[in-house]
Design a protein around this ligand. Sequence first.
Ligand code: PAF
Length: 284
Amino acid sequence: MDTVHHIDALRAQLQVWRREGARIALTPTMGNLHAGHLRLVEAARRRADRVVASVFVNPLQFGPNEDFDRYPRTLDADADKLAGAGCDLLFAPSVAEMYPHGRDGFTVISVPRYADLLEGAFRPGHFDGVATVVNILLTLVAPDVALFGEKDYQQLLVIRQMARDLHMPVEIVGVPTEREADGLALSSRNQYLLPAERAQAAMLYAALQRVGEALRAGRRDYAALCATEIERLGNAGFRPQYLTVRRPDLSEPDAADREFRILLAAFLGKTRLIDNIGLITETV
Ligand code: PAF
């Protein structure tokens, strides 16, 4: 697997593969790769002849008080893992390569349908940053298929909507969340957790599952169900930002709905964690 840091080198390799008629997949990441990312690469491998991964910690999607500076950067280890998972090319640009003229006056992609709710409400501008960088990556690589983790479920919807709205000739694929044995969703941010916090963090998945079980049992008092879990998490030392039952498109469900996404965000100490599960109930 080659690693390229410059757009020219990326384009040169892609041109060769395109001439060969290869189907190309892209898995964008911010590095610090874990098994969840490698599942993306493996899923990409099954869908394409050539797999390109990107590692780029995108300053545009971090708020002023967020963890851009301390976000773990582990490029050499990432490259080894990607090669092992069957990636063909790693694109790891610098900030200057991606945004050579800085951020002032830079073109921004907004996806208003999803940008301001849930994650967007707590992280203003975050999804503009995500959509903008993913738009750049999709433009540069022009993949046939691009893969994203369902752990960032709202991000997946933002990217799908952008691709649809901008008529991008790319298939956007969501890959199920990879979890630790106790249910904690894999995330690069898990490594910020202190040992005691790490032991507690699985409570988030347990809360999602309890809400899911209640829905399966026929309960449709969404607000009350979520309020109980928010209180439980609060009592256990979390600072929940939201825990909500939505339709798969993130609109509010009514009593007749059977298909749901349950999503949450909570701080544990200084670490902000998000998670979600999807479910279809047999009956209303
Ligand atoms: O999910 C991520 O790691 C990032 O938000 C992405 C999609 C690579 C854009 O920077």
